[in-house]
Design a protein around this ligand. Structure first.
Ligand code: ASP
Ligand code: MG
Length: 459
């Protein structure tokens, strides 16, 4: 056996994050482990739960799940994990399976607690198991190819507030704790840790929101003053638009932080929308590539790029709600919008787009995919109705044309809207950012809108 590869303390630091499909099975993890082995700057690995596991955990964390179903879910999670460990040396397999079983025993306890008394706190405790399992396994797969992988519990450094389900990370603490507890370890070993999870001041587990592992990795890269952040996923980078909508979509070689942040916010599902914020603060270049085909390269996201085309990409976000508030009292009045926003803030609703005319304001809201209930509840509507007339429309999609200098270039509006002159445009937002022009169309027109625009703007 080769000596375990040790890491040079002087080499640069890349934080490598692997998403759920990259750690779905043994072959997938092995590919990731080789990516780590092939570039000695990869010294911190952040993993998601194996594909499917978080969805099982979400179900397990819901109210009133029958005990039989709880058992099935836990059995299914176990099957995903032990299908991976069976490919490791038998002593490693045995020890990992023991760890898996003891974690699953804890999980069973949480599930029972949850069925007796549902809390957001227990939900987070349940959701965290996916990453806790996959990170342990990943470290051992590294070991199996002679890389000194070491498991690290991210909760020692990722301190958050107690907003379960979307906890806010204490960035200063993260930096301090990383310097103390994590940085020294990176000198000798490749550290494998969890995305998505954290811990509040009382020691309770918290989570950063679905898809939050990208964001965890970016925060860790920032806190450790890393040189690079690599997000390994199942597509060969960021595309000009969703390739499922048009086969004309192509991978983008280089894109600026500003443009990529717009894409992530406006629906390109590839990165968690908050991911680029820490990277931008410390000017850490971000790479997005496929762990299945690392040789194909990917997209580089950085501050300065060689080309700044007017049109870079088109993002699409479905399931948008449009709320229009109208009040004659708004005529020449001040403070009306402040009241509207106070109500929205109270319900923790985040507004995406906004357009105003003298006596009415239109606001859009994103309904998280798969959510069964609109974010705009009857309570919200009733409170707004105290102030003004309210109408709510659903079934809309937001199309965002992303690029550079869109507020300065000539003919942008014409190129876009002439191309889709047979489609009803419900609302347009243009001017606040030079990096995007957004509009709403009916859900049924969304794909054809994107396809037509892509054909015209990316000929
Ligand atoms: N496992 C979590 C999720 O599926 C976090 C992540 O994958 O980023 O949402
Ligand atoms: Mg993800």
């Amino acid at each position: 056996m080769n000596p375990v590869q040790s890491v040079q303390s002087t080499s640069s630091l890349t934080v490598a994050k692997f998403g759920g499909t990259s750690v779905a099975d043994f072959q997938a993890i092995l590919r990731c482990a080789n990516i780590i082995k092939n570039d000695s700057s990869n010294r911190l690995v952040v993993v998601s739960a194996s594909a499917g596991v978080t969805n099982y955990l979400v179900r397990l964390s819901q109210q009133g799940v029958p005990v039989d179903e709880q058992k099935d879910i836990i059995e299914n999670i176990r099957a995903i994990q032990v299908n991976i460990t069976q490919h490791l040396a038998s002593d490693v397999e045995t020890s990992l399976n023991q760890q898996i079983d003891s974690l699953l025993t804890e999980l069973t306890q949480h599930a029972l607690t949850q069925s007796l008394q549902y809390t957001a706190k227990t939900t987070d405790a349940i959701l965290a198991f996916g990453e806790q399992l996959s990170s342990r396994i990943f470290a051992q797969v590294l070991q199996s190819i002679d890389v000194s992988g070491e498991y690290f519990n991210v909760q020692q450094v990722m301190k958050t507030n107690s907003l379960h389900g979307k906890a806010v990370v204490e960035i200063n603490q993260l930096e301090e704790q990383c310097a103390q507890l994590l940085a020294p370890k990176l000198q000798n070993n490749v550290i494998v840790t969890q995305g998505f999870i954290g811990q509040d001041a009382q020691g309770h587990t918290t989570t950063l929101g679905r898809g939050g592992s990208d964001y965890s990795a970016a925060l860790l890269a920032e806190a450790l003053n890393g040189d690079n952040l690599s997000i390994w996923t199942d597509v060969v980078g960021i595309f000009t638009t969703d390739p499922r909508i048009t086969d004309q979509a192509r991978a983008i070689k280089e894109i600026s932080f500003g443009e990529a942040a717009e894409m992530a916010t406006f629906g390109a599902k590839i990165l968690h929308p908050a991911t680029l914020i820490p990277a931008m603060r410390r000017n850490i270049p971000v790479f997005v590539g496929s762990s299945k085909e690392p040789e194909k390269g990917g997209t580089q996201i950085k501050q300065k790029v060689d080309s700044n085309p007017t049109y870079r990409s088109i993002a699409l976000r479905r399931e948008q709600s449009l709320v229009t508030v109208k009040s004659p009292a708004m005529l020449h009045a001040s403070g009306f919008l402040a009241k509207v926003f106070a109500i929205l803030a109270k319900h923790e609703l985040s507004v995406d787009l906004i357009t105003t005319s003298e006596i009415s304001v239109a606001l859009t809201f994103d309904n998280p995919t798969g959510s069964t209930q609109s974010l705009i509840t009857n309570t919200v509507v009733a409170e707004l109705e105290q102030l003004c007339e309210v109408s709510v429309e659903h079934g809309l999609s937001l199309v965002a044309v992303i690029g550079n200098g869109l507020t300065l270039a000539k003919g942008v509006g014409r190129s876009i809207f002439e191309t889709i002159n047979d489609i009803n445009v419900r609302m347009i937002c243009h001017g606040a950012s030079a990096n995007n022009l957004c509009f709403l169309v009916d859900e049924n027109d969304a794909n054809s809108t994107v396809e037509k625009l892509h054909n015209t703007l990316f000929k």
